[in-house]
Write a protein that binds this ligand. Structure first.
Ligand code: ZN
Length: 73
């Protein structure tokens, strides 16, 4: 377990939570089951490198879907 950077008293626990972001076309999208690190003391939330990668991949996947659709239209 990692110590919290914010309060130095708590520890991060990993939770799978939905993450809200915007896609390449600035539309809101939610990526499910992203591992968030949440401090058990102050509630500070951090994303691991793995989580950031998962979000980035989801955004790319959505972008590719738009392109494919445009091609079809
Ligand atoms: Zn904390």
């Amino acid at each position: 377990m990692k110590e919290c950077f914010e309060c130095d008293q708590g520890y991060y626990k990993e939770y799978l939570l939905p993450y809200k972001t915007t896609d390449a076309e600035n539309k809101e999208m939610t990526v499910l089951d992203i591992p968030h690190l949440v401090c058990n003391h102050c509630g500070e939330t951090a994303l691991s490198a793995k989580a950031s990668r998962m979000i980035e991949e989801a955004r790319i996947a959505v972008g590719v879907t738009y392109k494919e659709r445009k091609k079809l239209w």
